[in-house]
Design a protein around this ligand. Structure first.
Ligand SMILES: NC(=O)c1ccc[n+]([C@@H]2O[C@H](COP(=O)([O-])OP(=O)(O)OC[C@H]3O[C@@H](n4cnc5c(N)ncnc54)[C@H](O)[C@@H]3O)[C@@H](O)[C@H]2O)c1
Length: 291
């Protein structure tokens, strides 16, 4: 199946950049959120990321500034923001990127089922929830799959294509082809807790959370030491702030509930989430984020 037009639902930490990736591959995309300010933030993010990428090409003398200016308008022009499901009537592939809560996701999938053409694939960017349950909220569970990007979506190459209980082989193949069309590398996974990447990542990060809590260490100091080791570009607490503490907490709890105490849930993170400090997106998490 060829994707002539796509849609992204949710213009938050992930959605704006996912729309940017699709538009950069030459495919028109509709970006929906529930408030105009969130749609605007998603569109601005997509534009900024594109501008940054094009500036890099100009600096390397791969394209001229004139080319960059033209391409920026072309790419940004392929993304249309909406608060309703306007423009969803002729999409071929939808990526849902709303908050990690099953009731919100199921409501969105039921709405998508009503507003998109019958052939359209409905995919979720969920990090841990049941894609099967999302499919059950539709009349086309065979056309529902997971399509899991990594942060930041404009940079990270991998997409996990998740095969839920009812996902058809045709859907998995079409999703993998779409991943290629938007210049990503797809791996195919079963619907298991943490899929592949979060299961591996959390098994090591869990140990950092555990030692910080058990030994009363300062997370910022631990981040500094880990960063200075040169093994990773940033410490796990800073990364958590960028990803969103609510999302990371949800994944951590899901892994602990699924695999037991070898996965750790940080109570410090729980306290921050309870207080509404979700990291960069709210201005405060383990760090203060100004500007
Ligand atoms: N943050 C990450 O690093 C990351 C990485 C991979 C996958 N994910 C997954 O992507 C999804 C989104 O995560 P995020 O970090 O972008 O969340 P986020 O909270 O930053 O953004 C979610 C957006 O969805 C919007 N929204 C809520 N209800 C909606 C509705 N009914 N229709 C349209 N928009 C709606 C919100 O207003 C918000 O702008 C989650 O399932 C998460 O697990 C996140």
């Amino acid at each position: 199946m060829f994707v002539f037009k796509a849609a992204v639902v949710g213009a938050g930490t992930m959605g704006g950049e996912i729309a940017q990736v699709v538009a950069t591959a030459g495919i028109p995309v509709v970006l929906k959120d529930v408030k105009q300010e969130f749609v605007d933030q998603g569109l601005a993010k997509a534009r900024d990321v594109t501008q940054g990428q094009l500036a890099g090409l100009v600096a390397k003398e791969k394209i001229t500034q004139e080319d960059a200016d033209r391409q920026l308008e072309e790419i940004a022009g392929r993304i249309t923001g909406t608060l309703e499901y306007e423009g969803f009537g002729d999409v071929d592939f939808v990526i849902e990127a709303v908050p990690e809560q099953i009731q919100i996701k199921r409501a969105v999938f039921a709405e998508l089922d009503a507003v998109t053409p019958g052939h359209a694939i409905l995919a979720s960017n969920t990090s841990s929830l049941s894609v099967t349950e999302m499919g059950e909220a539709t009349t086309r569970p065979d056309k529902v799959c997971g399509f899991h990007f990594f942060y930041p979506a404009s940079v990270m190459r991998l997409i996990e294509v998740i095969e839920a209980e009812d996902t058809s082989e045709e859907t998995v193949q079409a999703a993998a082809s779409f991943a290629q069309a938007i210049r990503k590398t797809a791996i195919r996974c079963g619907e298991v807790p943490g899929f592949v990447v979060n299961r591996i990542l959390n098994s090591s990060v869990s140990e950092v959370w555990r030692v910080v809590e058990e030994d009363g260490l300062d997370p910022l100091e631990v981040d500094k030491v880990i960063k200075e080791s040169g093994t990773v570009p940033m410490g796990p607490f800073f990364l958590t702030d960028l990803l969103g503490l609510d999302t990371v907490l949800h994944v951590a709890e899901h892994l602990r509930d699924s695999y037991g105490d070898r996965f750790f849930v940080s109570s410090q993170m729980k306290e921050l989430v309870k207080a509404g400090n979700l990291g960069q997106k709210t201005g405060k998490g383990f760090y203060e984020h100004g500007g």
